[in-house]
Each structure stands twice: as structure tokens, then as C-alpha cells.
Design a protein around this ligand. Structure first.
Ligand SMILES: [Zn+2]
Length: 156
């Protein structure tokens, strides 16, 4: 039982740290909103501010998801079933618990769940990821050309 108590203490510590992180990001978000609402901002600055805010918001969102998982893990730990996969009942390896202490799923079940979520998100993210891939390709091609020129210099 001492081990279970220790786990709850550690999870509570993690919960507090996550809450502090969320609070700090919310403050940052508040500070970002104020200059953007000034009427004389040009549109480029506003767009950049909106982009930054979007990043902060998604960071907060993921921390809130994590917080939800931590709280769930605390409930599981107080029942004494921490470290056992909630989906299939297999023991979760301690190495995994060290990396993701808030997890209540083994790696197989977590992957299955993650894939299900990703499939639903793919449709939405499609356009954005295509744009990213395109700009990476352009950079790569430019690098290749440079290398080729250097090689022909050596031969001469
Ligand atoms: Zn499992």
C-alpha cells in the first residue's frame, strides 16, 4: 500500500506542476490578446498574433488533456489499480510509467486509441500538412543543387 500512496503523492505533484503551467500560459495568452486588439495594428502583425495565440491555445488544450489524465490516474491509484491497463488488464511496464506517469493504458491500447483519434483528425489537418510538405521539398531541392555544384568544382 505504501507504493500506491507514493504514486498518488507523485501524481498530485505532477498535477500541481501542470496546473501552474496552464496558469502561466493563460497569463501569456492574456498578455498577447491586449496589443492585438489595438485598432492601429497592421494586418500582418494581427495575423502573427493570431498564429501565436493559436499555438498557445493548443498547448493549453494539450496540458488540459494531460491534467484530465493525471486526475484519472490519481483516482485509479487510490483504488490500487495504478499500473494495470484499464483496457486489457495487462501490467504497464514501469519504464512506460516513468515516461508517462499519467497513463492508465498499456502501449498497445494507447496506440489503438491514438490511431482512432488520428483517423478522425486527418480530414481536418489534411490541407495544412500538404502545405508543410511542399515547403520542406523546396528546401531540400535547393540544398541538392548546391551540393551538385560543389562536386563539379572538385572534379575540375
Ligand atoms: Zn492494454
Amino acid at each position: 500500500m505504501a507504493k500506491g500512496t507514493q504514486t498518488v503523492v507523485e501524481l498530485r505533484r505532477l498535477r500541481r506542476a501542470t496546473l501552474e503551467e496552464i496558469a502561466a500560459l493563460n497569463e501569456q495568452l492574456q498578455a498577447e490578446i491586449e496589443p492585438a486588439s489595438a485598432p492601429d495594428d497592421d494586418s500582418v502583425d494581427v495575423a502573427a498574433d493570431i498564429y501565436e495565440r493559436g499555438k498557445t491555445l493548443s498547448l493549453i488544450q494539450s496540458l488540459e488533456d494531460k491534467l484530465h489524465n493525471i486526475e484519472h490516474a490519481i483516482a485509479v491509484a487510490s483504488k490500487g489499480t495504478y499500473g494495470i491497463c484499464e483496457n486489457c488488464g495487462s501490467p504497464i511496464p514501469s519504464e512506460r510509467l516513468e515516461i508517462v506517469p499519467e497513463t492508465t493504458l498499456c502501449v498497445n491500447c494507447a496506440n489503438k486509441l491514438e490511431q482512432g483519434i488520428r483517423r478522425r483528425r486527418i480530414q481536418m489537418a489534411d490541407e495544412e500538412s500538404l502545405e508543410e510538405e511542399h515547403s520542406i521539398d523546396d528546401e531540400y531541392e535547393a540544398e541538392e543543387e548546391e551540393e551538385f555544384e560543389e562536386e563539379s568544382d572538385d572534379e575540375l
